[in-house]
Ligand binder design. Structure first.
Ligand SMILES: [Fe+2]
Length: 224
């Protein structure tokens, strides 16, 4: 029996997925990567009858964070990030609300509801994936049949290779992949299927991965 239900909202011009983590035990509500349409998120929280108590950021890019301030204006939530992402958030009006985590920290959302914060650097130094039961919220680390770019400030394709390989080693094939953008042929997948269809999870060497990831892509999508 899941202790947290996950709601997915497709918001904004960049096909972002914003997720709500709704623990079975009442009183808490977490929003992952709030962006683009704060009113829609606030209305959904109101419909659920819960305050937004926690905001979890997979990374600092503005297409995943540009609704944080609007949510904090209405709800005094904690904002959870990996500590290595903190330098990129200096200057944000909400930088004092940050809770900086170390790799593998567990975020408790009341009752038995737990979220494990997996540090997956590469897209940015403090990128993290959120493991909620059998579900993995992957931000811009892993997309359905894709992965995040590594040519933006702080990006490192060698780190992303290691992060993706670690996810494959560590998690069962049944793990449901819930990405931060709807860039693939479906909004979600499972890890075993991704190992077959995602070109970034094929048995590339690290050097092959780096060359492929850093190839010129005229169609490149900003920040993802
Ligand atoms: Fe990003």
């Amino acid at each position: 029996m899941p202790t947290v239900s996950i709601e997915r909202m497709s918001l904004g011009p960049a096909q972002n997925f914003v997720y709500l983590l709704v623990p079975v035990t009442p009183g808490r509500l977490a929003v992952v990567d709030p962006a683009w349409e704060p009113d829609a998120l606030l209305q959904r929280a109101e419909a659920l009858g819960r305050p937004i108590t926690d905001i979890v950021l997979t990374h600092h890019h503005q297409d995943h964070t540009n609704a944080v301030a609007a949510l904090l204006a209405r709800h005094p939530a904690r904002v959870h990030v990996q500590r290595t992402e903190q330098p990129f958030l200096r200057g944000q009006p909400w930088q004092l609300d940050l809770v900086c985590h170390k790799p593998d920290d567990t975020l408790e959302l009341g009752g038995d509801a737990k979220v494990q914060l997996l540090h997956t650097p590469g897209h940015t130094p403090g990128s993290q994936c959120l493991l909620v039961g059998n579900d993995l919220l992957t931000g811009d680390t892993l997309f359905v049949d894709g992965c995040g770019r590594c040519d933006l400030p702080g990006g490192d394709p060698r780190q992303l290779f290691e992060s993706l390989q670690a996810l494959v080693r560590r998690l069962p094939g049944t793990t449901r992949i819930l990405p931060g953008h709807n860039y693939g042929p479906a909004p979600e997948s499972i890890l075993a299927d991704q190992r077959r269809t995602n070109p970034y999870l094929e048995a590339l060497t690290i050097d092959e991965f780096v060359t492929y990831r850093m190839r010129l892509r005229p169609e490149a999508v900003p920040l993802a």
